[in-house]
Each structure stands twice: as structure tokens, then as C-alpha cells.
Ligand binder design. Structure first.
Ligand code: CP
Length: 309
């Protein structure tokens, strides 16, 4: 398929593509059956290859591909001959000759996905060590559905500057007038190049992106408080005392009270009592499970965008 497209990084999407994907996810959320009825991926075969655990992303891309009419082959971490020493390049050439698309989660070098994309028609990053682009698409679609817009929204992010944070940093500042404030433990912040890129985007679009390493003087005019779990999937921390650094960043009733009227988002999975209290995650301000449902709608939008013509 010469005209298939990849989503390996949000950097691959221009502004109109980003806005279109978010809008389309919202349309699918309103009428998921309409997208299914058209079955735009009938006759296509999608590979879903996850080397790391997943509940939401793997299910959303598998279900989404099936609902769009595709057939799906799933590969777990022990299934491909990569495990017995076949090279990634040879794997890419073989899979690219048989599959129409490949949705992949790996904790490895982001260059792996670029190599696969040299041979596979449509490669979707379902989370890599550096970025979780389809999470940000689901997050933005959730926000747009809730607020009716993205322009001007103000988001406070508390927790690790991980791949979810990086994706938000690369996406939200592209919507004019938005504000994103990262509060990350020192030593666990955004990669400096991601923060610099977010700030360059903010300058271009009249937005604001900042990072601090404390929970003092939180902004009070906030639309959403966002956190992620402290042990990002596929990672561990070298310092045995790392929890000491993260505890001040827990989102609890006290933090929510400092941001009156704010909604709460979490990419899940959650560990109640660590990054968020049960009172907040299961409370009236939380839209975390609505956000999880948007992973299906946004996965369908991504698959359509990559493959449907
Ligand atoms: N948020 C997210 O990516 O969830 P999974 O790890 O369950 O896919």
C-alpha cells in the first residue's frame, strides 16, 4: 500500500492531521456503529505486536481494527523469531510483505519502529520508551468531547515526565492559548529536548508549557489535573528510595481543592494510594474511565487515517 501512513510520533502529524484525528475520534465516539458499518478496512490484515503488558491500548487497537472490518494477528513478546536471533530488518521485510499495518508496543529504541516502517505499510506506535502518541490522541479527544474545544484549555500534570507526559507536551501546546504545567519529581522530569520542543510549540501557537519540580504555588485556574502511575509500564527505577521523591506529587483531595472545578484524568492503569487516592480517581471530578473508552475511538480514527482510502 503505497499511500499508507505511519503514526510513530506526534511529530509525524501536521497540525491539520492532529486536529482531524482528534475530531474524528469524537465523531466515532458519538456514533461508533456508523464507522463499523462502512467497514473501511475490510480485506486488510493488521498485526498487533506487543512486547510489554497492555490492557487498554492492545484491546482498543484490536477491537478497533475488527470493528473497521480488518482481520487481526496478535503477537506477544515470545512469538516472533526475533527471540531466536532473527534481525529486526529481516522481520520487517517479512511482515511488511504480508501485513497491511502493524501496531507495536516496545520499550526499546524508537529507531526500531522507524526500521519497521521502512518495510511495513502503516506502523502505529502503541507506546515506546520515549512517547505514547496514541494516548495523547485519546486524551485530546476526551478533552474536546468534555469541553467542546481544545483551544485555551489549562492542564496541570503531576508525576513522572514519562512517555505519556512527552506525548501531551508535543500535542497540547499546538492548540492556541493552551497552558500545560508539568510538576515532576527532580530527576524524573521530561526529557530536556521534549520540554524545549513543547516550549517552542507554545511560543509558536501562543500557548504556555512549563515544568517545575515541586508542588508549591500550584496554578488555581486549571481545567484538568492529570497524573500517571509512578512505575511507567516497562520501566523500573534505579534508586530504591524513589518513592520518597514521588510522594509529594500524589493527586489527592488536597491537590484537587487547590484547583477548584478541575476535572481529573489518568491514562491508567492506576495504583490507588500511590499517584492518586481512590477518593479522587473514583470521585465526581474523575473522567479517567471515559478517557479509557476514548482509546477505542481514537484507535479507530488512527487506523482509518493510516489505512482507509
Ligand atoms: N494507558 C495505557 O496505555 O494503558 P495500557 O498500558 O493498558 O495499554
Amino acid at each position: 500500500m503505497a499511500d499508507a501512513r505511519h503514526v510513530i510520533s506526534l511529530r509525524d502529524l501536521d497540525d491539520s492531521d492532529l486536529a482531524r484525528l482528534v475530531r474524528r475520534a469524537g465523531e466515532i465516539a458519538v456514533d461508533p456503529d456508523a464507522a463499523s458499518r462502512q467497514a473501511p478496512l475490510r480485506g486488510r490484515v493488521i498485526g498487533v505486536y506487543f512486547t510489554k503488558t497492555s490492557t487498554r491500548t492492545r484491546t482498543s487497537f484490536t477491537t478497533g481494527a475488527l470493528r473497521l472490518g480488518a482481520d487481526v494477528i496478535t503477537y506477544g513478546p515470545g512469538d516472533l523469531q526475533l527471540n531466536t536471533g532473527e534481525s529486526l530488518g529481516d522481520t520487517a521485510r517479512v511482515l511488511g510483505g504480508m501485513l497491511d499495518g502493524l501496531v507495536i508496543r516496545t520499550a526499546g529504541d524508537p529507531g526500531e519502529m522507524r526500521l519497521l516502517a521502512e518495510h511495513c505499510p502503516a506502523v502505529v506506535n502503541a507506546m515506546s520508551a520515549d512517547e505514547h502518541p496514541t494516548q495523547a490522541l485519546a486524551d485530546l479527544a476526551t478533552l474536546r468531547s468534555r469541553f467542546g474545544r481544545l483551544d485555551g484549555l489549562r492542564l496541570l500534570y503531576a508525576g513522572e515526565g514519562n512517555n505519556t507526559a512527552a506525548a501531551l507536551a508535543l500535542a497540547l501546546p499546538r492548540f492556541p492559548g493552551t497552558e500545560i504545567e508539568f510538576r515532576t519529581p527532580r530527576g524524573y522530569g521530561l526529557a530536556p529536548e521534549v520540554l524545549a520542543e513543547a516550549q517552542a510549540l507554545a511560543g509558536r501557537y501562543g500557548s504556555r508549557a512549563v515544568e517545575r519540580h515541586d508542588m508549591e504555588s500550584l496554578p488555581t485556574a486549571v481545567d484538568v489535573v492529570y497524573t500517571t502511575r509512578w512505575n511507567t509500564t516497562g520501566t523500573s527505577k534505579a534508586d530504591p528510595l524513589w518513592r520518597r521523591d514521588f510522594e509529594p506529587f500524589q493527586v489527592n483531595a488536597g491537590v484537587m481543592a487547590r484547583c477548584p472545578g478541575a476535572l481529573f484524568m489518568h491514562d491508567l492503569p492506576a495504583h490507588r494510594g500511590e499517584e492518586v487516592t481512590a477518593e479522587v480517581l473514583d470521585g465526581p471530578a474523575s473522567i479517567a474511565f471515559e478517557q479509557a473508552r476514548f482509546k477505542l475511538h481514537s484507535a479507530m480514527a488512527v487506523l482509518e487515517w493510516c489505512l482507509a482510502r
